[in-house]
Design a protein around this ligand. Structure first.
Ligand SMILES: [Zn+2]
Ligand SMILES: [Zn+2]
Length: 305
């Protein structure tokens, strides 16, 4: 098999793009796609990268350093206190940040707020119930990412969401008839200063998960390949949708990117909806709750009893 670009020995087939590529040309192809799609959101601005230790966010950190070093302000890791996970992740993140010479901030939920996700999962804190851990995790991550970026004065935060994540979320929201959520699903969400909301950028929005995995492998990017210890028992709905799209992809190689193209067209035809947003009376960050207490402050209140 010959590389479509350099004529060398190809090992990677990108069926949706009708390309056969060698490892070098594959990496260049991915890097060029990201540069082309993302430059307009990044150029002249400073960003923080949220790293979890998983392959997507670690690849984002690597790519930012390689493609847009002048816009990379720092990386940060939130230690959520997940048993057998957070410590390992922290090690990998420190290893990558120091090898790339990127400043790293580590924020420990336990040290800052006196509780962590293990306390919630195992019912050690008053009132907090076991089943709430996944929801609490999502709230805590979203809140702290924004807070860290906002308080450090960067333009926004970059996360590791890839094309598969975006396609799965699109299909889920369609099936759940939650169309208004689709309006916010984008590679870039601008900041809203009045609401103390930083910009959010998904650097890998146009890159399929399989491509991220290949890229990370070829570039030897260290990452933690482990599942969250609290994903057990019933398979999360998201994973079911993911498997459905993976199955479709076998016959329709472009399906995930096509879903994202569909989303783009769909949004053009939708009326933008104005959400009433308030500032939380406790912490000053945004909330849609008319009682003006955000979800994060509610969790803090709940665990402290
Ligand atoms: Zn090549
Ligand atoms: Zn709050």
């Amino acid at each position: 098999m010959k590389c479509s670009l350099c004529g060398g020995e190809a090992t990677i087939k990108l069926v949706y793009a009708n390309l056969k590529l060698c490892e070098d040309c594959f990496c260049t192809y991915i890097e060029n796609r990201i540069k082309k799609k993302m430059r307009k959101f990044i150029h002249g601005r400073k960003y923080a990268v949220a790293v979890s230790g998983g392959k997507d966010s670690m690849t984002v950190l690597y790519l930012m350093k390689k493609l847009f070093p002048e816009s990379l302000s720092f990386a940060f890791f939130i230690d959520l206190g997940l048993p057998g996970f957070s410590q390992e992740a922290r090690k990998k993140v420190s290893q990558l940040a120091s090898s790339l010479e990127v400043p790293l901030k580590i924020l420990s939920l336990k040290e800052e707020y006196g509780f962590d996700l293990a306390d919630i999962a195992e019912g050690r804190v008053r009132k907090a119930r076991k089943k709430k851990v996944c929801r609490a995790c999502a709230v805590v991550k979203r809140y702290l990412m924004n807070k860290v970026a906002w308080e450090s004065g960067v333009h926004g935060v970059i996360t590791g969401h890839n094309a598969d994540d975006a396609a799965v979320t699109t299909v889920m929201n369609l099936f759940n008839i939650e169309f208004e959520r689709l309006l916010h699903l984008a590679p870039y969400n601008p900041p809203i200063p009045d609401l103390h909301l930083s910009a959010k950028l998904k650097l890998l929005y146009h890159v399929r998960e399989e491509e991220v995995r290949l890229y990370a492998g070829i570039r030897k990017i260290p990452y933690l390949d482990a599942k969250c210890p609290y994903v057990q028992g019933r398979e999360p709905t998201q994973h079911l949708y993911k498997r459905m799209l993976d199955t479709l992809e076998e016959r329709m190689p472009e399906i995930k990117l096509r879903i994202l193209a569909m989303l783009k067209e769909l949004k053009k035809r939708m009326e933008p909806e104005e959400f009433p947003q308030y500032l939380c009376e406790r912490c000053g960050f945004p909330t849609v709750n008319p009682k003006k207490i955000c979800n994060f402050c509610r969790i803090v209140e709940e665990v402290k009893g």
